[in-house]
Design a protein around this ligand. Sequence first.
Ligand SMILES: NC(=O)c1ccc[n+]([C@@H]2O[C@H](COP(=O)([O-])OP(=O)(O)OC[C@H]3O[C@@H](n4cnc5c(N)ncnc54)[C@H](OP(=O)(O)O)[C@@H]3O)[C@@H](O)[C@H]2O)c1
Length: 332
Amino acid sequence: MKYKRIVVAKRGPPESLRIEACDLREPAGREVRVKVLACSVCQPDVQNRYGLSPFPPKVPYEPGSAIVGTVDAAGPGAAHTVPGTRIAAWPSMGGYAEYLYLPQSRLVPVPSSLDPVEVAPLVLNYVTAYQCLHRRAKVKAGDKVLIVGASGGCGTAFLDLGRLAALKMYGLASGNKSTILTQFGAIPIDYRREDFVEVMRRAEPEGLDFIFDGMGGDYIDRALPLLRRGGVFVEYSNPGSFRGVLRLLVKVLAVNLLPNGRKLKGYGAGAALFYRKPFLQDWAILFRLLEEAKIRPVISGRFPLLEAARANALLETRQVVGNLVLVAPDHR
Ligand SMILES: NC(=O)c1ccc[n+]([C@@H]2O[C@H](COP(=O)([O-])OP(=O)(O)OC[C@H]3O[C@@H](n4cnc5c(N)ncnc54)[C@H](OP(=O)(O)O)[C@@H]3O)[C@@H](O)[C@H]2O)c1
């Protein structure tokens, strides 16, 4: 039997995504065969395709890293993994596919009552926001925060979790996307038309408690002075290259050694590869919050699994609000 998956044949625009047919084989050793139900289309997928990340995968490769699926078959070394079990996985590759093979150790249990489409954004975008808010920053109710890139996949996760944590939120977004910010109780700033530094200084003259930035560039230099003494800037943007990681590390050292009373912290969800325990804890929290209807991921587009190129092209327009998800025909 054959199945279909997407391959990035060469670096570049979404047209470099190709559909290929492969043989469906039995899983070996501790491997598990997963039937993909939903897969997030995230900005890191786009950045990897252009080679704009610290460790971009070598081409050709199979993209798609934040997946929800069901166990279809388990290898002899993973016999206790029961077929039919609902799971999520990150980081993985090959999620833009009808099936993929994963080591059993990568699987994260997901309550089967949840809609896989809503779970998909929790796997990367929400866990990123949750860990920035609650592990790096340790926010508390009433804290004043600024979210840079507030309308995107991660940004709307910050808004959703920030509302739940009763934060006073300001968010930078294009003017035509301001509604989503106000829906979550945030105060939108159209950074394309207004100088957000001026706006923030007027709005919060005593300074912000936290800033969360997924955009990079000169945001650290421009926004750091908006923090009060003791405030923390959490940088979670993709540094773009290995050099970018080094530049960020130097910046973190420089800011934190200066006697300015402000801290700069970096965040990378890639840590899940080495240090899984906090991720397992936080995914379980996020799944429970979704079950209890306390969070509601913004899904602005659903595409058939194999139409990943169309979803990637849309994400690259920067017109998307929230998340795009690839969905299997029988995903429920
Ligand atoms: N550290 C981690 O582990 C981790 C995990 C996930 C994602 N990330 C990174 O986080 C970043 C955001 O990811 P995402 O999934 O939220 O992306 P996304 O869904 O594509 O959203 C990005 C949004 O940011 C806004 N934007 C673009 N340029 C901007 C600028 N100069 N200033 C302010 N806003 C700007 C755009 O909306 P407007 O039109 O409203 O400006 C855009 O739609 C990416 O760089 C990604 O690699 C890091």
